[in-house]
Design a protein around this ligand. Structure first.
Ligand SMILES: [Zn+2]
Length: 261
């Protein structure tokens, strides 16, 4: 039997080319799935914003360990929670929530610091999405028509380049499918120094620094006022008071953290 018979060779070459094609596909898939991401990771490592670990999903900013250690308040689902109590006898609100307890030297303080002073907007979006998801699942915030970020003084916003509350709102808006109303509540700085004033005069000054534009846009709507932190609630109260002057407005409040004693 002639071993070099042509038809057999043809079979071999056919098989080779078939496998060669498969081999190319295999290399291409391996390159896209493992080699390329490994190289990317080498030059642009995707690490946890809390502890620096690299064991985390691509679309996450915190590893599982840091996430479970976040100080969630779970206030959203409870009426008369401590955040709502802050506003009792001050302004009428439908519901209020703060996502995390604020503690000094904690991970959440570190994250808020990155958002406010290190231009890390990604963190703001990420935490905003988290807050938004909590509000959706609580069902007490599902009638919201618009998100209002607490405005900064214009010169401060110019210096920082953005308003951190607006970044949080953008994250919330992505998951809640509710629009962010950026140009409704505005803030102006007064020239006179506040420190010399009496306490009530000072409060009037804080209240007077807020103004509502485009009233027709928010008339009769349920608005959610958003900020990064709540302490005494004075600024939120003053701005809320200003918003409530518009006819038919229902107001709720949400912040990322609560630094309440
Ligand atoms: Zn971590």
């Amino acid at each position: 039997m002639k071993w070099w018979r042509w038809p057999r060779w043809r079979n071999y070459t056919n098989t080779f080319f078939k496998n060669y094609k498969a081999f190319c596909i295999f290399i291409r898939v391996q390159f896209a799935n493992t080699i390329l991401p490994d190289f990317k990771h080498l030059f642009y490592p995707h690490i946890c914003s809390g502890c620096g670990s690299d064991i985390l999903a691509d679309d996450n900013l915190l590893c599982a360990k840091c996430f479970v250690n976040l100080p969630f308040t779970f206030y959203a689902q409870y009426a008369d929670n401590p955040i709502e109590k802050i506003f009792w006898g001050r302004i009428p609100i439908a519901a209020a929530h703060a996502e995390f307890y604020f503690a000094k030297e904690s991970l959440i303080q570190q994250l808020i610091h990155q958002l406010k002073y290190k231009s890390n907007r990604e963190i703001g979006m990420y935490l905003g999405e988290m807050l938004g998801r909590t509000l959706i699942s609580s069902k007490r915030f599902n009638q919201i028509d618009g998100l209002i970020p607490l405005p900064l003084f214009p010169d401060k916003e110019r210096k920082r380049g953005y308003n951190q509350a607006a970044i949080i709102c953008n994250g919330m808006s992505d998951v809640m499918k509710v629009p962010v109303l950026n140009n409704v509540l505005v803030r102006q700085r007064f020239t006179e120094t506040q420190t010399k004033k009496h306490r009530t005069e000072r409060w009037e000054n804080v209240e007077g620094s807020f103004a509502v534009k485009n009233e027709a846009l928010v008339k009769g709507k349920h608005l959610l006022l958003v900020d990064d932190v709540i302490t005494t609630g004075a600024t939120l109260e003053a701005s809320g008071h200003c918003l409530l002057k518009t006819e038919g407005i229902k107001l709720s409040i949400a912040t990322l953290t609560a630094a309440v004693k």
